[in-house]
Design a protein around this ligand. Structure first.
Ligand SMILES: Cc1cc2nc3c(=O)[nH]c(=O)nc-3n(C[C@H](O)[C@H](O)[C@H](O)COP(=O)(O)O)c2cc1C
Length: 456
């Protein structure tokens, strides 16, 4: 048989290999590692992976990719410092920067598409060879990355793949995938309504006009989203990272969670407590540490994925007490009337499609002597002005759209439902300060408004 038509040789064999299912299952078991053990990788093994990667397709077979491998510990530490948010750069064995040559391209980012194909092939090769990896777009300031790698101006970097050995107790949780039925349609576009998110009305949405820092189409007002859209948006992306201790801790927040929870009054024995939309468990950790041992805490989320993430995370944070997990449906809380002693809403009211309905629900589920501790970002603060001028012009954050509220809007929401017993103003700008004002009108200018209220 002519070599070029031999299906085995061309890689176009009709019958699946007997091991294909096993290989596909192995590939599907790949998951991102953010907890490496710091051990090195032999260069020949790395080069074998890179040789695999270059079997990927590329636009016109130009192979405009270039892989800068960083495996020197001092250079890895510099890369980690640059990236900021990806501390695993420091402990991986090697970082493979995905670069490409500019100046020749078909449209549709074809050069970038080719590098991406090679990048995923590299990850699969690493995985099948028994190594762990993670893709990272977050490499840091592009100019500084260029300087670090001595990258010529005609080349760009789009990300880096970290490869190494996972620590024995590294999280083994692979984030769930959307159901196929919601991401596949035949012939023409079709998708469930809750998976198509609101954008500001516009004649067109050119991709080039959108960036993280500037997105004129981003719809930040959660009341323009349906509860199902909000739940779906947060369910897949926001808690995508590994459920390691300390993950998703906000630089803006600083000690503010502690100061918000200072408002909790002593609880009765065996108190029933609920926390609503708790930031992937970030705020739950602080709350769970502070509650009396006999209190029962239930975390309430809008999607099962968020609860699964929190359940994985809490033991890693050293939380040994049992924490119940429950789903809300829209603004409907999963509790009987008058069941709870304390409801905590940790800066999540401003993320809700219908904050008034949520407060009505909190009132319904609280005991007459129960307490609500609510904190929220204040639009009438310096932070609120910064949000309006800066953050709100960018893309909607992964934890969902939000709009800081003014004290007047908060008062209107509470009116006829709650009596405010204590109100603190916390912090000034978004720098993480958590100084508390407990009295006086300046409270209403603070970054956060935190209050304890009881049902009317
Ligand atoms: C283009 C791209 C960029 C990514 N950037 C980062 C990153 O900067 N930091 C990080 O921790 N994870 C990053 N990830 C990893 C994703 O969070 C991860 O692939 C996703 O949550 C799915 O999880 P899995 O890889 O375990 O299946 C990136 C993944 C891709 C494909």
């Amino acid at each position: 048989m002519n070599q070029s038509t031999d299906p085995q040789k061309t890689g176009m064999a009709a019958a699946p290999l007997p091991t294909a299912r096993a290989i596909l299952d192995r590939m599907a078991a790949r998951l991102s590692c953010r907890d490496f053990d710091g051990s090195p990788i032999p260069r020949d093994e790395l080069l074998a992976m890179l040789a695999d990667a270059t079997e990927a397709p590329s636009s016109c077979n130009q192979q405009h990719w270039h892989f800068v491998v960083v495996d020197d510990p001092a250079q890895l530490a510099r890369a980690a410092d640059l990236a900021g948010g990806n501390p695993h750069f420091r402990s991986c064995a090697a970082l493979v920067y995905l670069c490409f040559q500019k100046g020749w391209t078909h449209d549709n980012f074809s050069v970038v598409q080719g590098v991406a194909a090679a990048g995923y092939h590299l990850m699969l090769s690493a995985h099948l060879r028994g190594w762990q990896s993670i893709w990272n777009a977050g490499t840091g300031d592009p100019d500084k990355v260029r300087a670090l790698l001595d990258l010529p101006p005609t080349f760009d970097n789009q990300g880096a793949i970290a490869i190494g050995r996972a620590r024995p107790d590294a999280p083994g949780r692979k984030p769930p995938r959307r159901p196929l039925s919601s991401v596949v349609s035949f012939q023409t576009f079709a998708r469930p309504a809750e998976t198509v998110y609101p954008a500001r009305p516009a004649a067109a949405y050119p991709y080039h006009a959108m960036s993280r820092a500037s997105n004129p189409f981003a719809e930040w007002d959660p009341t323009r989203w349906t509860p199902a859209q909000l739940a779906d948006y947060r369910a897949w992306s926001v808690w995508a990272k590994s459920p390691l201790a300390g993950v998703y801790t906000s630089r803006r927040q600083g000690e503010a969670t502690e100061r918000e929870l200072d408002l909790i009054r002593p609880l009765p024995p065996a108190a029933q407590v609920a926390e609503i939309l708790p930031w992937g468990g970030t705020s739950t950790v602080t709350l769970a540490q502070r509650l009396p041992g006999d209190a029962r805490l239930t975390v309430v989320e809008a999607h099962r994925n968020n609860l699964d993430f929190i359940a994985d995370r809490l033991p890693r944070e050293g939380i040994a007490r049992p924490v119940d997990m429950a789903l809300m449906a829209g603004a409907r809380l999963p509790f009987a009337d008058g069941a709870l002693d304390l409801v905590v809403i940790p800066q999540s009211l401003e993320h809700m499609a219908d904050p008034a309905a949520m407060l009505a629900e909190v009132r319904r589920v609280l005991k007459p002597a129960g307490q609500m501790v609510l904190s929220l970002r204040n639009r009438a603060s310096r932070y609120g002005a910064e949000w309006a001028r800066g953050e709100s012009r960018g893309q909607v954050p992964l934890q969902g759209p939000f709009t800081p509220l003014r004290p007047k809007a908060l008062a209107a929401l509470l009116q006829d439902r709650f009596v405010v017993e204590d109100l603190h103003g916390i912090g000034l700008s978004a720098g993480g300060d958590a100084e508390v004002l407990t009295a006086g009108p300046l409270r209403f200018r603070r970054r956060l408004l935190a209050l304890r209220a009881r049902p009317v």
